[in-house]
Design a protein around this ligand. Structure first.
Ligand SMILES: [Zn+2]
Length: 126
C-alpha cells in the first residue's frame, strides 16, 4: 500500500486521494478473498485479473471513484505478481505453505512491472 500511495502522489494525486486509492487496493483481498470462491480467485490471477482490472478501471473513470481505481490497481498488480494460478498458490489457498509473493521476495523485474502497470493506470485516470 505504501508504494501505491507514493506512486499515486508522484502521478499528481493529492495525498488524501492517494491514501484512499491505497486503502482500497489493500482492502480488496479481505473484501474478495481468493479462498472464498472460484469467482474471487479470478480477481487475483492472470489472465482474468486483467479483465477485472479493466472493468474496475472503466467503472472508476465513469463514477470518478477512487476506491474502484484502487481495485483496478489491485487486480493489475496481482496479475503481474501472481501470474497464472500455480501450484504454490493452490497450496497456499488450501492453507498449506507460505504466501508466494511478498514484495520483498519478488524479483526486481516483477517489481518494475508492478510499478509500471500501476503508474500507467494512475496516469490514464488523470
Ligand atoms: Zn489479491
Amino acid at each position: 500500500m505504501r508504494r501505491t500511495v507514493l506512486w499515486a502522489i508522484a502521478e499528481g494525486f493529492a495525498p488524501e486521494d492517494a491514501e484512499r486509492i491505497g486503502r482500497a487496493d489493500v482492502e480488496f483481498d479481505s473484501r474478495y478473498p481468493a479462498r472464498a470462491s472460484l469467482v474471487n480467485i479470478t480477481r487475483h490471477f492472470a489472465p482474468m485479473a486483467w479483465v477485472w482490472s479493466r472493468r474496475y478501471f472503466r467503472a472508476a473513470v465513469r463514477a470518478r471513484d477512487l476506491a474502484l481505481l484502487g481495485y483496478a490497481l489491485h487486480c493489475a498488480q496481482d496479475a503481474v505478481s501472481h501470474g497464472t494460478l500455480g501450484e504454490r498458490h493452490l497450496l497456499y489457498l488450501a492453507g498449506m505453505g507460505r504466501h508466494p509473493d511478498y514484495w520483498e521476495r519478488a524479483p526486481l523485474g516483477i517489481q518494475r512491472r508492478i510499478e509500471a502497470v500501476t503508474r500507467r493506470l494512475l496516469q490514464r485516470y488523470g
